[in-house]
Design a protein around this ligand. Structure first.
Ligand SMILES: [Fe+2]
Ligand SMILES: [Fe+2]
Length: 166
């Protein structure tokens, strides 16, 4: 923990740490949802979908790393027990029970939309109070917005392809 770094935070640090641990749990679950989805996915445009899912998985893991570093800076502990991810998550986890490309892409679009909503709230909570967390959230939010668009664009291409083959 950095004493002065924590001191300059103009909000309840314990409350902030709670929100950051929620984000941390979400990032791990999002990472795994993408990673396992890339292993199981089946159907048209599979190779393009796998490449996108793996890219997103890597981004979510990087986000988990960024959030963990911020939690530690603030004197907190990133949740060390994976079982607790389920208690803390705000966006949840959806197992890719249906491996069809369309189903997996849709599940992950839903996850990205939830993440965008969560980080938007965290942005509002830290605005003018904690510039360091705020700046980190801006960076993560930029990625989540790009992720939603990547998947939506894949989903549109898939819809064209499926319409053509019918
Ligand atoms: Fe993320
Ligand atoms: Fe994402």
């Amino acid at each position: 923990m950095g004493t002065k770094g924590r001191e300059i935070v103009g909000m309840d640090v314990e409350q902030l740490l709670k929100l950051l641990n929620m984000a941390f749990a979400d990032e791990w679950l999002a990472y795994y949802q993408y990673w396992i989805g890339a292993k199981l996915v089946k159907g048209p445009m599979k190779e393009a979908v796998i490449a996108e899912l793996l890219q997103h998985a890597a981004d979510e893991l990087r986000h988990a790393d960024m959030v963990a570093a911020r939690i530690i800076q603030l004197g907190g502990t990133p949740v060390a027990e994976p079982k607790k991810w389920y208690d803390l998550t705000s966006c949840g986890y959806e197992a890719p029970d249906d491996p069809f490309v369309e189903a997996i892409v849709d599940q992950n679009i839903k996850g990205e939309r939830c993440a965008i909503g969560f980080y938007k709230k965290l942005l509002e909570a830290t605005q003018g109070k904690d510039p360091v967390t705020y700046n980190m959230v801006v960076q993560i939010l930029q990625d989540e917005v790009a992720h939603e668009e990547d998947l939506q664009s894949l989903s549109e291409d898939l819809a064209f392809m499926l319409k053509k083959s019918r």
